[in-house]
Design a protein around this ligand. Structure first.
Ligand code: 13P
Length: 368
């Protein structure tokens, strides 16, 4: 894939009114999500739940791409259509999580480094064959009294840079995700400083590894108070501090910043994104979303593993996608939350996708 194709895929993922659905929970993590609604995790229940999301009619109006897990990218709907084909038909670009998880970092108690570089070149080539056009690698930075250590930040930045470089070689747009966790009693000021240092180190390392910045997306945390901090910053402060931090360290060549939700409520995640897009008239990068929990919490709860709830769960997913699509353009208003799911567009049957024509970047269309 040429640099231009990487750039056009990155730009398509942050197209106006659209953002990314992160549905790449590992088997362990999706197991916890399913347990929260009293559904046993099996290959079939995981597939059924993901099918519900991917076949939501009209989701492609607001969802530009979907990050999948290794198991999911190989799965098909109950009527035998490959998930990746369903996505492309529904106007969404398939992506893939390629890290193998955050593991204890030697010599650094309480800190982690993300693994998954061994054999990555071959796995990326296989994922591209399977239809993936972008990928994700999540590094985890924890805030504590005397952490993060500089070697934790550097080890994670180096892994992110190696991953990003291998992705671009394989014609896959890397989403670079250094997540500073919101768990803890730290202040928003401390989150700002750790996020600034982390992103600064990540971009320096990406530069050293010759990564094409126009062909990546950054997936950061927002600058936010720790969950147990007595003073919780409000929407305007989170938005303005996040933008102030990003302006210091994210080069203008990066096409888009797609935030993670990180444990924020779905409404907070939408409001924060909207505030950033409202207060920043001409940001150097597109400001969008790559939410997991903030898009999936309502449909997961509504579904609760019952066939008769699928349509309502799809309406709940469609609503969150639509509201985040609005927030991504600064058009969201909290009064939109009050609209009942029934007022949102109904989902369509799965076989509807067979008739729909796609409008995807040339790098994606026709190659799945
Ligand atoms: P959350 O939005 O739930 O943080 O998930 C996004 C993600 O992909 C984390 O890696």
């Amino acid at each position: 894939m040429s640099p231009q194709e990487l750039e056009s895929t990155a730009q398509a993922l942050v197209a106006p009114g659209k953002g990314i659905l992160a549905a790449d929970e590992s088997t362990a993590t999706i197991g916890k999500r399913l347990a929260s609604i009293n559904v046993e995790s099996s290959e079939d229940t995981r597939r059924s739940y993901r099918q519900l999301l991917f076949t939501t009619g009209g989701a492609g109006e607001f969802i530009s791409g979907v990050i999948l897990y290794d198991e999911t990218i190989r799965q098909s709907t109950s009527d035998g259509q490959k998930f990746v084909d369903v996505m492309v038909a529904n106007g969404m670009i398939p992506g893939i999580k390629v890290d193998t998880g955050a593991k204890p970092l030697s010599g650094a108690p309480d800190e982690k480094v993300t693994e998954g570089l061994d054999g990555l070149r071959d796995r990326l080539n296989e994922y591209r064959e399977l239809g993936a056009r972008f990928a994700k690698w999540r590094a985890v930075i924890t805030i504590g009294d005397s952490i993060p250590s500089s070697h934790c930040i550097l080890a994670n930045a180096q892994a992110l840079a190696r991953y990003a470089s291998l992705c671009q070689e394989a014609g896959i747009v890397p989403i670079v995700e250094p997540e500073v966790l919101m768990d803890g009693n730290h202040t928003i000021e401390r989150c700002f400083s750790v996020t600034e240092t982390t992103l600064h180190t990540v971009f320096r390392t990406l530069f050293e590894h010759d990564v094409l910045l126009e062909g990546i997306l950054l997936k950061p945390n927002m600058v936010i108070s720790g969950t147990k901090c007595p003073r919780q910053a409000g929407v305007e402060e989170v938005a303005s501090e996040t933008l102030r931090c990003l302006r210091r360290v994210v080069p203008a060549a990066v096409p888009g910043v797609v935030f993670l939700s990180g444990g924020q409520s779905d409404e907070d995640a939408t409001a924060h994104l909207n505030a950033m897009n409202t207060m920043c008239e001409a940001p150097p990068w597109q400001l969008s979303f790559s939410y997991g929990r903030a898009l999936q919490a309502p449909p997961l709860k509504t579904w609760s593993g019952k066939v008769e709830n699928i349509a309502a769960a799809q309406s709940a997913f469609y609503k969150r996608a639509k509201l985040n699509g609005a927030a991504r353009d600064g058009r969201y208003n909290s009064s939109m939350e009050a609209e009942k799911p029934a007022a949102w567009r109904r989902s369509r049957p799965t076989n509807w996708i067979r008739r729909r024509t796609t409008r995807l970047p040339s790098s994606t269309a026709g190659c799945i």
